[in-house]
Design a protein around this ligand. Structure first.
Ligand SMILES: CC(C)(COP(=O)(O)OP(=O)(O)OC[C@H]1O[C@@H](n2cnc3c(N)ncnc32)[C@H](O)[C@@H]1OP(=O)(O)O)[C@@H](O)C(=O)NCCC(=O)NCCS
Length: 198
């Protein structure tokens, strides 16, 4: 591994199966954080494969592989991937588009060797060529390694997505109704309310 050369190259059709495996491992990592938010479809593998394949040559997509190899004779192996695309922003900001990193992962044995950082630098260069002024990624709050990676590369945290299970609604509503009754409001009816006194 010590004398291996890591190169970054755009993905070809022969890379798609390996990329899907890597990306699905990230999706499973998210699913394990909280199934309510990230539970995966059973048929995700073939869908992902078709989605990547159909975007391999798309001009506004970057599907970038990091490959490791020791000699020109041996086929280099896939050790990392980054999938990004140019997306349209909602029409309230001064810019129309931004680059978005959909997926990124590095094979366990090749981590902490700067592979992801190199992928991010190349994605940034690619985004600049596409004429956008920013590149974004969504990082799960529980993903400490990825948060540190993006911070290290110069990304700033902006939004924090907030999610609540709707399964809690009944209990929350009952509590509110009980409190308003105790305060003597009699559980006032709100126009457009649900007819249960709140
Ligand atoms: C996150 C991930 C892509 C990082 O890949 P990597 O190739 O190991 O990252 P790099 O070697 O380029 O790390 C660059 C810097 O990021 C930070 N970093 C990366 N991994 C880290 C970790 N596990 N703990 C703390 N800091 C980390 C460090 O500052 C590191 O610099 P250093 O090694 O000089 O300290 C990799 O751990 C991974 O594939 N994780 C599972 C998939 C995933 O979470 N993808 C991101 C989804 S948003």
């Amino acid at each position: 591994m010590a004398d291996e050369l890591i190169t970054l190259i755009p993905a070809g059709p022969e890379d798609v199966a390996g990329i899907v495996d890597l990306c699905l491992s990230v999706e499973r990592q998210h699913e394990a954080y909280w199934p309510l938010r990230w539970q995966l479809r059973g048929d995700l593998g073939p869908r992902y494969h078709r989605w990547l394949e159909s975007n391999l040559a798309a001009p506004r997509w970057l599907i970038l592989c990091a490959k490791a190899g020791t000699s020109a004779a041996a086929a280099p192996s896939l050790v990392g991937v980054l999938v990004a695309a140019i997306q349209e922003e909602i029409p309230i900001y001064s810019y129309r588009e931004y680059a978005f990193i959909h997926d990124m992962a590095v094979v366990v044995e090749y981590r902490r060797r700067g592979v992801a950082n190199q992928l991010l630098q190349e994605a940034r260069r690619w985004a600049g060529e596409k004429g956008v002024n920013q590149i974004r990624a969504m990082v799960a709050v529980k993903n400490d390694a990825a948060s540190k990676l993006f911070g290290h590369a110069g990304y700033r945290a902006t939004y924090q997505e907030m999610v609540q299970s709707i399964g809690d609604l009944g209990e929350a509503a009952l509590t509110f109704s009980f409190l308003s009754h105790r305060r003597g409001s009699g559980g006032r009816a709100v126009p457009g309310g649900n007819g249960r006194g709140f």
